[in-house]
Design a protein around this ligand. Structure first.
Ligand code: B12
Ligand code: SF4
Length: 479
């Protein structure tokens, strides 16, 4: 039987303010238990270190180093696994605020601490989304007993632990093949502990599949989850949700059940998303609300009805205080210009986007008429400043906005370049030379004044409210 320590290194300021349950580690722990090879103990650095006020956040690093050392010293370990999730915030780093946005230095300090304190025969396993996006940044120069597992790792993790206890040397870097199992939430105690935190819409999550099957120009998701897709049985997803719901209801004062489908893209393909929602309904699991990342073109009436009936994007208190049941639906379009959509590598065009939005508007109107919802609104998320953006493409995007009248438009100015993406290949020699240049947050430069000027010129005058947070513009209509 193997003794394994799994460390959640997500001590970022985001994880203090908006805790996210370590889904990946729960899945790995469950997979190891199921295999009968041993038990894994989870050390969740942020929660184990206790809460800190925003003034004292800088103490988190030292507290975490002490916790790592203490856990390593507490018993002999066959393997120590580190989950490396966030490497940056994806927002541009403001001057003097590097530690708020760039986490590689802190993660490196944790790895150094493990290297200094682990016994020489303890194997160290690295994995997680951040690791999968740039394994070299973490593994290079580490001892031979260190190994990396790229991407979803339930099966690869079990195989690696198996090799270690049999005395075999696992490969330095591996990616689980297409046959690997996909995990399920199992750790009731850890789930219950997260319910004591100030939980938000995204605190709890589970995955219904792996991969989106796309390769958009800027996106690191295919590096993490691979180019293809693998699906969980919808009935299995419903059982996982049942467990989550039962832990919620065991609490002395149950909080509303809210969760996120933590898929790359939930409705790609839409048939699987529908099957999951239908299985949820059949099991009688209707949460307070749920949400997910969506493909804006894979939206049809049947999907929308299932979303509404299962409380997707549901708000039970309207922001204006008028009460009732409301829905705010997101369209992550990125652009309304066919030329830019094709440059971004998107699998849809502006006509398909328009059709999707109209489908939603038709459904919304029926829901309001029938009194099924009291308020319905929708928003767009756009990316501006991708290479090739110009006044004509911004004007085309504004045209789609003007025709469909979303209630809110969020515009991300510029995009982070991650190693090994099509965008990285396109900008090599211009924005970076060696891969390690991209370990530092690197953004495609945007002429912000020009974009702002084009937006003002081409958007309907009714979109007269504009606020800005970092590289995000929020645009809406006044009263
Ligand atoms: C869903 C999601 C969210 C949800 C979280 C919901 C939840 N409760 O977890 C929300 C919207 C709240 C969110 C927020 C943020 N997110 Co997010 N999120 C994702 C997303 C789409 C899926 C993550 C997930 O849970 N997957 C399901 C679990 C089961 O998989 P997993 O964690 O990858 O674990 C598997 C493997 O990685 C591996 N593994 C994991 N740990 C370990 C450890 C070892 C030892 C081994 C061997 C293997 C291993 O095995 C696991 C099981 O298969 C990813 C992108 C992606 N496609 O992966 C981005 C992603 C993880 N997020 C990211 C970021 C940056 C953020 C934010 C900082 C964004 C922001 N500015 O607000 C915040 C941080 C929040 C926080 N507190 O940390 C980045 C992280 C990389 C980076 N750029 O630094 C990603 C990769 C997206 C991106 N844009 O690049 N996120
Ligand atoms: S942007 Fe969305 S659809 Fe495109 S590769 Fe990334 S996750 Fe997949």
């Amino acid at each position: 039987m193997a003794d394994v320590l799994l460390i959640d290194t997500n001590t970022t300021p985001f994880n203090e303010a908006f805790p996210v349950y370590p889904i990946g580690l729960d899945y790995l722990q469950g997979a190891l238990a199921k295999s009968g090879l041993g038990n894994a103990k989870i050390l969740d650095l942020t929660r184990a270190g206790g809460p800190l006020s925003s003034r004292d956040l800088s103490e988190r690093g030292a507290r975490s180093l002490a916790l790592i050392k203490q856990a390593i010293d507490s018993q002999p370990w066959d393997a120590i696994g580190l989950s490396l999730r966030n490497i940056d915030s994806t927002y541009p780093t403001l001057e003097g605020q590097a530690e708020l946005h760039h986490y590689l230095p802190q993660l490196t300090a944790y790895l150094n601490c493990v290297q200094e304190n682990a016994a020489s025969d303890t194997h160290v396993l690295l994995g997680g989304t951040g690791f999968s996006m740039m394994p070299g940044a973490f593994l290079e120069g580490r001892p031979d007993t260190w190994h990396g597992l790229v991407g979803p790792a339930e099966s690869a993790f079990v195989d690696t632990v198996g090799s270690i206890i049999e005395g075999k040397e696992p490969p330095r870097l591996a990616r689980q093949g297409g046959e690997g199992i996909l995990g399920c939430l199992r750790n009731r105690e850890l789930l219950s502990r997260y319910l004591e935190l100030p939980i938000g819409e995204g605190t709890f999550g589970l995955r219904t599949k792996v991969g989106c099957g796309q390769a958009c120009g800027y996106c690191p998701y295919p590096l993490i989850n691979g180019p293809g897709q693998r699906f969980k049985d919808p009935a299995e997803v419903a059982q996982e949700l049942k467990l989550l719901a039962s832990v919620h209801w065991e609490r002395p004062e149950p909080v509303p059940l809210r969760f996120m489908f933590a898929d790359d893209i939930f409705n790609r393909p839409v048939a699987h998303a529908k099957a999951v929602l239908a299985a949820m309904q059949e099991e009688g699991i209707i949460p307070y609300s749920w949400h997910a990342y969506l493909d804006p073109a894979q939206i049809d009436r049947e999907f929308l009805e299932l979303v509404k009936d299962t409380n997707g994007w549901c708000r039970h208190e309207h922001p204006d205080g008028s009460g009732g049941r409301a829905m705010f639906f997101p369209f992550d379009l990125e652009s309304g210009s066919d030329r830019m959509l094709s440059r971004l590598g998107k699998p849809y065009n502006s006509e398909e986007l328009l059709a999707s939005v109209e489908e939603f508007q038709g459904a919304a109107s029926d829901w309001l008429t029938r009194g099924e919802l009291d308020h319905v609104a929708f928003g767009f998320h756009l990316l501006m400043g991708y290479p090739g953006e110009d006044e004509a493409s911004v004007a085309e995007t504004c045209d789609l906005i003007n025709r469909t009248q979303p209630h809110q438009v969020a515009v991300q100015l510029g995009v982070r370049v991650y190693p090994d993406t099509p965008l990285a290949r396109r900008t090599r020699g211009e924005l970076w030379r060696e891969e390690k240049d991209l370990y530092q947050p690197t953004f495609v430069p945007v002429d912000e004044n020009a974009v702002l000027g084009w937006l003002r010129q081409h958007l309907d005058a009714a979109y007269d409210r504009l606020s800005r947070k970092g590289n995000m513009l929020l645009i809406s209509q006044g009263e």
